[in-house]
Ligand binder design. Structure first.
Ligand code: PGA
Length: 264
């Protein structure tokens, strides 16, 4: 795994945006896997800037989002579809029909079939070229809460108490936070060709260290990223604070500048 440690949130966002930009330039019709939450907001702002000021072209790019609250329609201000429209899609020239976010309003009896179709759509698009990920306070990637199978696929999941509490900051009352979600599985995520893992802030330091340097366990689903051959983790100094091998990561990152290739 490449672990890049930079100063702060703003630098994480800029470095992450460069990785997305490089893929979009190299493969204009690439498939991006996208995440919501506070972490990727700066990345999305930077991509919008690159589009507006540098002409970065998203006209052929296709996207799949990781997850969506179950029970919220796409027009709900806390839905992840709404988040993506507000924070990225309306600022770039992506075609609406090329953007996919799971539909949290599908009927319960249709959920299983819907999730199968979501996986099928990813396959038909040729698979995800680059998946953007954050990490939850409980170590989740997407909504793969502790105990999710590391082979899991897109499905309906129950949310952990910790996630409900963390996400209640966006809702008026904690009781308003949905209890369920549709989420890509860990197995789905691991099939992406490349992964961009972002974490910032001191609150993430302990869980980041467990995920990147601890044992692989379904109790911290982000630890499954250790199985993937092409992960770049970009962390700010605060989020990297509990890692044991910071000196090594810095050495490897420095060395990349000399050898001119990425050292995964
Ligand atoms: P955050 O959420 O970016 O708002 O910290 C991350 C997550 O829950 O995956």
């Amino acid at each position: 795994m490449r672990v890049l440690i930079v100063k702060n949130y703003s630098e994480v966002s800029i470095e992450a945006a460069k990785i997305v930009r490089d893929i979009v330039k190299k493969k204009p019709n690439c498939v991006l896997g996208l995440a919501t939450g506070s972490t990727p907001l700066g990345l999305y702002k930077e991509l919008i800037r690159m589009h507006k000021e540098k002409g970065l072209d998203f006209s052929q790019v296709r996207t799949f989002n990781l997850d969506e609250y179950y029970g919220l329609s796409s027009s709900h201000p806390q839905s992840y579809r709404f988040f993506m429209e507000e924070n990225l899609f309306k600022g770039i020239n992506i075609k609406p029909e090329n953007t996919r976010v799971p539909d949290g309003s599908v009927k319960i009896e249709e959920v299983e079939q819907y999730c199968k179709e979501y996986e099928e759509l990813i396959k038909q698009a040729g698979g995800i070229d680059l998946q953007v990920l954050g990490i939850g306070g409980d170590g989740h990637i997407a909504f793969n809460e502790p105990g999710s199978s590391l082979g899991s696929r897109t499905r309906l999941v129950a949310l952990d108490e910790k996630t409900i509490e963390d996400n209640s900051r966006f809702f008026d009352r904690v009781e308003d936070v949905p209890r369920f979600a549709l989420s890509m599985g860990v197995g789905t995520i691991l099939e992406a060709r490349e992964i961009l893992f972002l974490a910032t802030g001191e609150k993430k330091a302990e869980i980041v260290a467990k995920a990147l340097e601890g044992p692989i366990t379904s109790m911290i689903t982000a630890s499954a990223l250790q199985l993937h051959p092409r992960v770049t983790a970009i962390l700010d100094e605060e989020a990297s604070d509990a890692l044991r091998r910071v000196a090594f990561y810095r050495f490897a990152a420095d060395s990349e500048k000399h050898v001119g290739i990425k050292l995964f």
